[in-house]
Each structure stands twice: as structure tokens, then as C-alpha cells.
Design a protein around this ligand. Structure first.
Ligand code: NDP
Length: 479
């Protein structure tokens, strides 16, 4: 069986402990390869390599670093078809989705930061009283990038690109569930001319490999995307050594629909924001708040279109949804559907596993599910399910909608649907979320800040925010 090893100092090394983890294909429920089960010793080796590579990489001109990032993007682009197949096999998502979203976005991440770094420089302040002040933005050193399974290469590269382009050396850890394209990225980076030791990729479980990265005294910053509980654990571990932290965590995003919206555009987008990637996008809207006069017509149309969604083999172009990422995640989602019923909710569509015949008969598929009849305070409407499950909640007034939208511990994103642009801006101003879409969803200019409020995270990624995170400002004053 194929084995994925750690990528350290430009070489593929077996884990020091010699053990491997099974990697499953979610669509079939079968093991298809193994990934290194790494721990502290592996992370130590990676950090040693990164420390050796750092001085030269930090001194490399930003023009040269930018060129290498473009070459990495070219490498991803050249292998789009193959990478999309790998991503789909690892994660369960349709190949067409990986081909149109995940892999192109990974490529774009490298291009965007390759360009952004060319404009990135510290300010200067000059005055008779305080002299000439020049701010240098220096790389931090060795940094950790830990990413989740839902958008594997997309989110891994979103961290790695700004980290390396600013002159840092990286210890990256993809989710143990989806290690395959991260491993391919190591190869592509090497081919693109990234010096050995600048990017090191460690595979393994969060509680061992991830924790060893977070704890390591020579790692200066952690950029993490994942669940809120893991984010809390990382914060606790990192705090005593004053590591810089960027935390992109969970969400329970509201989708606020006013009766005066463009119904067709809202309906088509709401289907996508509910069920894209099997609802496993941190930005999916899982609480759909609908103004009362529109509630019944929204509900009828939404049920009808949801029931028409095709759940099937990720290899098929007509599969709109495919498998969820793992058996454990399948069980978690099904448990939440059970909880929704216990809490008094009515299942309007789905609510059951999807039976797929043939190759995928043992895969982990769930029908897109709509729940109605639950208040905002119940667990179903408070906890992140992270699957193809949404809850419909009616509201009477703008104030009530805002109150409901803000009534969770999370604050990642929100969508607002109305033809009244003043109302849209007014409501946006009152929603506690880092990313708000008016009459659209998932539209991302990568130069804008991205991140959550409350328990959805700390700090912002994207554009200059990411470049700042991976650098340290030093003011040099002369008078
Ligand atoms: P997890 O928090 O379980 O894992 C994320 C990563 O952290 C994985 O690589 C994981 O490894 C690792 N990890 C786990 N425990 C530790 C630890 N103690 N120390 C260091 N690393 C650790 O999240 P999921 O992979 O389940 O991803 C889903 C979550 O990610 C959802 O909550 C979702 O909302 C969130 N997310 C947030 C986004 C945002 O931008 N705000 C975007 C996308 C997802 P392992 O896989 O081995 O456990």
C-alpha cells in the first residue's frame, strides 16, 4: 500500500516511530493509503531543518521569493486534473468541485501572495521633533501552519504562501484525514525551486504531531484553522511561550432573508451556501432566518429544490453532493439530526444516510437535510454540525433578526438578502461577524481581511493581514 512520509529538508522521511495511520477514501469507506504517524521527534527534525534554512531564505530577495511562489502556482496549475482527483479521493467531495474550487484556489493563493509581497513594506515617519523612523518588517523564523480536512490544499496553501513569501520557514501539518495533496505540494515546491528546509510537512494526529508543533520552543507563530475546541487547546499551550497566534475557528453562520429580496438569486445561492462541499465549509450558512411573510414560499421552494439535489459518487459530474469526510464525522452529523428530532424539530427533507449503489455502497453519504421548528437557543441551532444540515427559523422584524443572528458564541460570517441597500448596510453593521455578504455568498477578494469574531477566531488572514502576521515590525529611529 502507498505510504505518505514526512517531507523534511526536501526529502521524504519515514516517521521516527515507524508507525502509520490508515487513510480512507470516504466515498468507498476503504483504506487506500497510509500516512506517517508522527510525533515530537519528527517535529524536532523538521524544526532543525527549518532553522538551518532560515537565514539564507530570510536574506533571499522578495523578488526571488515571489518568482518561486509563481513557479509553485504554475506547478499546481499544470497538475490541476490529477490534484483534483486526489483531493476528491481523500476528502469525499465531487471531483468537479475540487477541480473548479479547491485546486484553482490553492494556485491563486500562491499567486496572490507572490504579488502582494511586492507592495509590502514598512511605513516611514519623518519629523523634526522625532527624526526619521523606518519600520522594517522582518520574518519571524520558523512558523507552524496547521490546517483542517474540509478544504485541504486550499487552506494549507492559504497559510503556507504568505509564511514563506515573507521569508519564514514552515512546519506544516495537514489534517490526518486528508494528507494526500499536502504531500504532493511538497513535491511541487521542490520542483519549483523552493530551497530544502523552507517548507517541511509533518503528517499525523493532532494530539501528537499537532501538539508537538504548538509546544515547540523554536516555533515562533502558529497559524491554525480548525475547530474552536482545538483552538482553545492551542491557545493554552502556546500562551506561556508568547507565540503569535492566528486562529480561524468554527462557525454557526446566519443567512438572513428579508421578504423584499431577489427570490431566485437568493434561492439559488442559499442552496449552495447550505450544501456546498456537503455543508463542510466554515462559511456555510446553517441557520436560515426568514422574514415571516416569505417563510412559507421560501420553505416550499427550498424543500423542493433540496430534494432534487443529486447525492452520489464524487467521480460523477452530476453528483451535487458526495461523501462526508469520515465515518466519525458521518456519525456526528447523524447524531445531530437525532438531537434535532429530540429537541422537537421537524425534518422537512433528508435526515437519513444516502444509499449509493455500486462502488460507493459503503461510503459515508448523507441526504441534504432541512430542519424546522426549533428556537435559536437549542443545541441544534447553537452547536456547529458542519454537515449538510440547515435549520429554518422565521423572524418578524429587523431587530429580531439581528438578535437571532447574534445569539450564538460564534461570529464567522453572515449573508443578508434584501433589495433595500440601506437596510442591508444597517443590518451588516449590527451583525457580529468578521465576513458579511450582501445578496451574495463566498465571494472572496483575497486582499480583504478574513476571520471571525467571538469564538470563531482570533486575528485575520488574507492580503496584508497575513503578511503582517508572519512578520515582526522593528522601528529604527535616527535623529
Ligand atoms: P480540528 O480542530 O479537529 O483539526 C484541525 C487541525 O488541527 C488538524 O490538522 C488536526 O489534526 C489538528 N489538531 C487537532 N488537535 C490538535 C492539537 N491539540 N494541537 C495541534 N493541532 C491539533 O478541525 P477539523 O479538521 O475537524 O476541521 C473542521 C473545523 O475547522 C470546523 O470547526 C470548521 O468550522 C473549522 N474551519 C474553520 C475555518 C475558518 O476559516 N474559520 C475554515 C475551515 C474550517 P488531526 O486531523 O489529526 O486531528
Amino acid at each position: 500500500m502507498e505510504r505518505i512520509n514526512n517531507f523534511i529538508n526536501g526529502e521524504w522521511l519515514e516517521p521516527v516511530g515507524g508507525t502509520y495511520l490508515d487513510v480512507f477514501e470516504p466515498a468507498t469507506g476503504k483504506v487506500y493509503c497510509e500516512a506517517a504517524s508522527s510525533g515530537k521527534e519528527d517535529v524536532d527534525l523538521a524544526v532543525q531543518a527549518a532553522k538551518i534554512a532560515f537565514p539564507e531564505w530570510a536574506e533571499t530577495s522578495k523578488e526571488s521569493r515571489s518568482e518561486i511562489l509563481h513557479a509553485i502556482a504554475d506547478g499546481i496549475e499544470a497538475e490541476l486534473d490529477q490534484l483534483a482527483e486526489y483531493e476528491s479521493r481523500d476528502n469525499g467531495k465531487p471531483i468537479w468541485l475540487a477541480h473548479s474550487v479547491d485546486i484553482p484556489r490553492a494556485m491563486t493563493n500562491f499567486r496572490v501572495f507572490a504579488d502582494a509581497v511586492m507592495e509590502f513594506k514598512g511605513d516611514t515617519f519623518s519629523s523634526e521633533e522625532f527624526g526619521e523612523n523606518t519600520i522594517h518588517l522582518n520574518p519571524l523564523g520558523v512558523v507552524g501552519c496547521i490546517s483542517p480536512w474540509n478544504l485541504p490544499l486550499y487552506l494549507f496553501s492559504w497559510k503556507i504562501a504568505p509564511a514563506i513569501v515573507t521569508g519564514n520557514c514552515v512546519i506544516g501539518k495537514p489534517s490526518e484525514l486528508t494528507p494526500y495533496t499536502a504531500n504532493e505540494l511538497g513535491r511541487i515546491c521542490k520542483q519549483a525551486g523552493l530551497p530544502d528546509g523552507v517548507l517541511n510537512i509533518i503528517h499525523g494526529e493532532g494530539k501528537f504531531a499537532g501538539a508537538a508543533i504548538t509546544e515547540h520552543p523554536d516555533i515562533k507563530a502558529i497559524s491554525f484553522t480548525g475547530g474552536t475546541e482545538t483552538g482553545k487547546a492551542i491557545s493554552k499551550t502556546a500562551a506561556p511561550s508568547f507565540k503569535k497566534l492566528s486562529l480561524e475557528l468554527g462557525g454557526k453562520n446566519p443567512n438572513i432573508i428579508f421578504a423584499d429580496c431577489d427570490f431566485e438569486k437568493m434561492m439559488e445561492t442559499t442552496l449552495r451556501s447550505s450544501f456546498s462541499n456537503q455543508g463542510q465549509i466554515c462559511l456555510c450558512g446553517s441557520r436560515i432566518l426568514i422574514e415571516k411573510p416569505l417563510f412559507n414560499s421560501f420553505k416550499d421552494e427550498f424543500i423542493q429544490r433540496t430534494k432534487q439535489l443529486e447525492v452520489g459518487d464524487p467521480k460523477r459530474d452530476d453528483s451535487q453532493l458526495s461523501a462526508v469526510v469520515s465515518e466519525a464525522h458521518f456519525n456526528k452529523i447523524m447524531k445531530y439530526i437525532g438531537l434535532a428530532k429530540k429537541e422537537g424539530g421537524t425534518i422537512l427533507a433528508g435526515g437519513t444516510p444516502a444509499e449509493i449503489n455500486g462502488r460507493c455502497e459503503n461510503g459515508w453519504f448523507i441526504q441534504p437535510t432541512i430542519i424546522e421548528g426549533l428556537g435559536v437557543d437549542c443545541r441544534t441551532n447553537q452547536e456547529e454540525i458542519f454537515g449538510p444540515v440547515v435549520s429554518l427559523i422565521p423572524f418578524e422584524s429587523e431587530a429580531e433578526a439581528i438578535g437571532m443572528a447574534n445569539a450564538t458564541d460564534y461570529g464567522l460570517s453572515a449573508s443578508i438578502w434584501t433589495d433595500d441597500s440601506e437596510k442591508a448596510q444597517r443590518v451588516a453593521g449590527k451583525i457580529d461577524a468578521g465576513v458579511i455578504w450582501l445578496n451574495c455568498w463566498m465571494v472572496r477578494d483575497l486582499r480583504t481581511p478574513f476571520g471571525g469574531m467571538k469564538q470563531s477566531g482570533l486575528g485575520r488572514e488574507g492580503g496584508v493581514e497575513a503578511l503582517r502576521f508572519f512578520t515582526e515590525a522593528k522601528n529604527v529611529c535616527i535623529k
